[in-house]
Design a protein around this ligand. Sequence first.
Ligand SMILES: [Zn+2]
Length: 162
Amino acid sequence: MRQTRKTTRTARATATKKRPSQSTRTAARPRARRPAKTPFKKKELEKFRILLGLERDRLKVELQEVEERAARALEIEAAGELSGYDDHPADVASETFEREKDIAIGENISALLAKVQNALTKIDKGTYGVCDICRRPIKRARLNAIPFATLCIECQGRVEAR
Ligand SMILES: [Zn+2]
């Protein structure tokens, strides 16, 4: 449970980092520009690949747990309706709230999972550690802290300031 809450915070923090308008604009750039190559050696890339792989597996497990919990809640709710349990509006309201919270948590995990997957794809393409906007290398310390970061700290700051 603690673990889940922690992830939610992280996911929420990262969710604001990249806005749709930004990625659209990046994607619309002319293709003539050659993608910058990863600044990392093969050995380092493998280290990041392992880290990201572990993170992906962890997130998948977490997502499954949330989905199972939501499914159970629905079952309980359906059973409750049959037995007249919904005569207690407060209980129903709090269960609805719990389920909505789970949906939000699930969405956050999914978003994070997509970022991790994207980083793994960048490793395969040989562009891992290159900023998506300015094409300069992302600092190693930043990637050590956030292995799925796709923007350098400067571009991240500009995106968030908008
Ligand atoms: Zn940048």
